[in-house]
Design a protein around this ligand. Structure first.
Ligand SMILES: Cc1cc2nc3c(=O)[nH]c(=O)nc-3n(C[C@H](O)[C@H](O)[C@H](O)COP(=O)(O)OP(=O)(O)OC[C@H]3O[C@@H](n4cnc5c(N)ncnc54)[C@H](O)[C@@H]3O)c2cc1C
Length: 371
């Protein structure tokens, strides 16, 4: 371990939109800050989870009370790919004189020594007065199927790999829709006659307006997309030729009281992309000793408890962005606890980062004793 030197005003874990917004605000406020990012560069979480060439939307939740608080992190209104957006943000940060960031360094834990937090990474220990966890929500959910043949792609890094073969995309949310659009467009443009099957466990596909628009456009342009509603991945197994396959049940009906008929399809695992979302990092928060609350809204969720300034139950430790989506528990000063919906969007992460640093800056300013 490297010896401890400075005491930072803020250490920010994660250089996604939330962490970057916090760092830019800290820099503007003249605070002594450090970002620790486990990936090789900023936006590692995004780059590893978005399909290559995916368009990025500046979506703002309906009824939001404010716009984007940092324009450099707002995806442009005109269509841009994730790669273009990333380059634009890098350029804007360069123009600001860069950020104080340590990449390829993973946050592990922290402990308190009086008012000071000692933050441990895989490379060093650091001291700070405030810690912001902007670690995103990138812990992939597991596909619940029988059998051992589990490995399935979770995002689309190279769409060309899926040319000339039918592909199954699982998951009726924005990520699944983005993958479907990207693949269908490529196949259509290359004159590839194979299909993109899009399966969802339920009957409802839930996508934001912009994604729905792009999907509609792709279908109108002749994209060969077959939607499989109420489809259930059931078995993962190795077939007689040694190929790992996924069987998905697409229809189920009863002949009489006793006999049920199932119709299913089978795809080689290498042609399956499971966009079934990510789990919030509740386990990480719990390991760090933060208070969580079990909340039941249809399914059981462990939600982190934050105060009105996004401070966790551990004083001076904050959690923001994707890490606290899709909702968290807000505990007010009078002890009342309410679930707050918190959509996993660039907008929410950016505005969280800006608000939290504003709060920390005013707190630090207030604590300076006049000489
Ligand atoms: C496929 C897809 C498409 C999307 N499209 C859109 C869109 O068009 N518009 C939109 O507004 N939103 C979109 N989103 C959501 C958006 O990307 C997220 O809301 C946003 O990235 C959250 O930002 P964040 O900073 O909280 O987390 P992230 O972007 O996930 O960043 C977290 C960072 O923390 C780092 N990290 C994690 N753990 C550690 C650790 N222990 N030590 C050090 N570093 C760590 C990660 O490497 C990562 O870089 C999309 C999401 C997906 C998956």
């Amino acid at each position: 371990m490297v010896g401890i030197t400075a005491v930072y005003d803020i250490i920010i874990v994660g250089a996604g939109p939330g962490g970057i917004a916090a760092a830019v605000k800290a820099k503007e406020a003249g605070l002594n800050y450090l970002i620790v990012e486990k990936g090789e560069d900023i936006f590692s979480g995004i780059i590893s989870s978005y399909p290559t060439g995916k368009e990025v939307y500046p979506t703002i939740p309906k009824g939001a009370s404010e716009g984007y608080l940092m324009s450099l992190l707002k995806p442009p209104e005109k269509k841009v790919t994730i790669e273009e957006f990333y380059i634009g943000v890098k350029e804007a940060l360069k123009n600001l004189g860069g950020l104080n960031i340590k990449t390829v360094e993973e946050f592990k834990s922290f402990h308190k020594e009086g008012e000071i937090l000692v933050v441990q990474t895989n490379k060093a220990d650091y001291q700070c007065r405030n810690l912001i966890l902007a670690i995103g929500s990138n812990i992939p959910r597991k596909l619940k199927i029988y059998g051992d043949a589990r490995p399935i792609a979770r995002t689309l890094h190279d769409p060309n790999k899926y040319l000339n073969q039918n592909v199954l995309v699982i998951g009726g949310g924005n990520t699944g829709a983005d993958v479907v659009i990207t693949l269908s467009k490529l196949k259509r443009e290359k004159g590839d006659q194979t299909k993109v099957y899009w399966a969802n466990r339920g009957e409802k596909f839930e996508v934001v307006r912009e994604v729905a628009r792009d999907l509609g456009e792709e279908i109108l342009l002749g994209g060969d997309i077959e939607i499989l509603e109420d489809a259930k991945p059931v078995i993962g197994e190795v077939d007689e030729s040694g190929i790992r396959r996924l069987t998905i049940r697409i229809e189920e009906y009863s002949l009489d009281d006793e006999i049920k008929i199932y119709r299913s399809m089978s795809f080689p695992m290498k042609n399956v992309i499971a966009c079934i979302g990510f789990m919030g990092p509740a386990q990480i928060f719990e390991q760090l000793g933060m208070e969580l609350m079990t909340h039941e809204t249809g399914r059981k969720l462990e939600l982190v408890i934050l105060d009105e300034n996004m401070q966790t139950s551990i004083k001076t430790v904050y959690a923001i962005g994707g890490a606290i989506s899709p909702s968290y528990i807000k505990r007010s000063k009078d002890g009342k606890s309410d679930e707050v919906k918190h959509l996993n969007l660039i907008y929410t992460a950016v505005n969280d980062g800006a608000h939290v640093v504003e709060h920390i800056a005013s707190k630090l300013k207030g604590s300076i004793t006049p000489s």
